[in-house]
Design a protein around this ligand. Structure first.
Ligand SMILES: Nc1nc2c(c(=O)[nH]1)N[C@H]1C(S)=C(S)[C@@H](COP(=O)(O)O)O[C@H]1N2
Ligand SMILES: [Mo]
Length: 365
């Protein structure tokens, strides 16, 4: 018998490392046939719930409009964030949390409808990461010292970057001009100078070099934890999914993903209890700390939250977040962090790149 949360599953072999292609980043292994019939059935069974949801979304929208109206009459200003927008987002998010079941499944689609995803947003990805130098830092893990991947300071891990140009165009990216990607154009000389000074002082490269600045949730040197390899990730059961990816800028695409479920990861590397309880949040960031995101721990247990290793039947490319990114069909694209370097369990609500620039932290669909 299938567990209920497996209903949406296209393929969940439940097997180990051998199911995942291991070469990175060149191999492009086509995936086994997926069952369109199963996916179609899933879409049909979802459609009733979907209709109900559309109605509730309309209700939420008018309530949000009321929130904006109220703001215009009585709120104060706040540095860097456009307050009317932020207020409306927050109001909207409160409603969606109250009305929608956060565990509801997003619709899945037949594989034939999946298309290549455009590239959008390459913060934290501009330098080409050397695949061999990749490790996933994980902190706050229960009984971490007993695991073979334990190290006393995860921040001491050195990622290496090649100077070779990206093999991939920045595509439709609306935020970064691909012509700006050569080293001397990426940052003004003054910024490079201060980066070099920082590095000399702390022994670590400068972090948070993009518009939103450095994350308040980034780790202190000396933080113990695990350093996982991609082989550790691939040892978890393989999962495929065809879902819609939605960017808050107003476009969406149906995409074929493969990887491992976040909830399986959380079972293999569970958070340590804090005061007898699970921490409430999870923080993630790119290896260079330039892009970062925060989540409720419970949101990552959603059965469709995926740690993605492959898109459209091929391993992830640099600008799509190789070797590991997040997909959550229940959240907007800006929560789907590419090139995850750190997963940290925490009880402090984590910093988030786009929240700093005025977007809602919850980002629910
Ligand atoms: N590291 C990193 N992850 C990121 C971003 C980014 O700039 N850097 N942009 C986000 C946004 S806003 C979107 S819409 C998606 C785009 O993913 P794609 O380029 O694979 O389409 O990545 C998200 N994750
Ligand atoms: Mo986005």
């Amino acid at each position: 018998m299938n567990k209920p949360e497996d209903e949406f599953t296209l393929q969940n072999s439940g097997d180990t490392a051998t199911d995942h292609p291991t070469a990175f980043p060149e191999a492009t292994q086509p995936d086994p046939q997926l069952s369109d019939a199963l996916a179609n059935e899933q879409v049909r069974s979802e459609s009733r719930r979907h209709t109900r949801r559309a109605f509730l979304t309309a209700a939420g929208a008018s309530a949000a409009a009321y929130g904006v109206y109220r703001y215009l009459h009585n709120d104060t200003n706040d540095a860097m964030q456009p307050p009317p927008i932020r207020k409306a987002f927050r109001f909207n998010a409160d409603i969606s949390r109250a009305v929608f079941n956060a565990d509801a499944l997003a619709p899945t689609y037949p594989l034939s409808r999946a298309r290549d995803l455009r590239v959008n947003g390459i913060y934290g990805l501009k330098d080409m990461l050397e695949p061999d130098s990749y490790r996933l830092q994980v902190t706050g893990v229960r009984d971490a010292q007993e695991k073979s991947q334990f190290v006393p300071d995860v921040t001491a891990w050195e990622y290496r970057y090649t100077t070779a140009a990206a093999r991939e165009s920045a595509g439709h990216d609306t935020k970064v001009d691909p012509n700006m990607l050569t080293a001397e154009k990426m940052a003004p000389a003054s910024m490079m100078q201060s980066a070099i000074r920082d590095e000399a002082r702390t022994g670590r490269p400068r972090r948070g070099g993009e518009e939103a600045g450095e994350s308040r949730s980034t780790l202190h040197a000396g933080t113990p934890g695990l350093l996982l390899t991609m082989a550790d990730i691939r040892a978890l059961p393989r999962q495929e999914l065809v879902t819609e990816f939605k960017c808050i800028e107003g476009w969406s695409q149906i995409v074929h993903w493969a990887g491992v479920r976040m909830r399986d990861f959380l079972e293999s590397y569970p958070p340590a209890l804090i005061g007898g309880q699970e921490p409430r949040f999870v923080y993630m960031e790119t290896p260079n700390g330039d892009y970062y995101t925060g989540y409720d721990l419970s949101a990552l247990r959603h059965p469709q939250a995926l740690l993605v290793t492959e898109m459209m039947g091929a391993l992830l490319t640099q600008f799509h977040g190789a070797p590991l990114r997040l997909h959550m069909p229940t959240k907007y694209g800006y929560k789907q962090i590419k090139r995850i370097g750190l997963i940290a369990y925490t009880n402090v609500k984590p910093d988030d790149y786009w929240t700093k620039l005025g977007y809602d932290w919850f980002a629910g669909l």
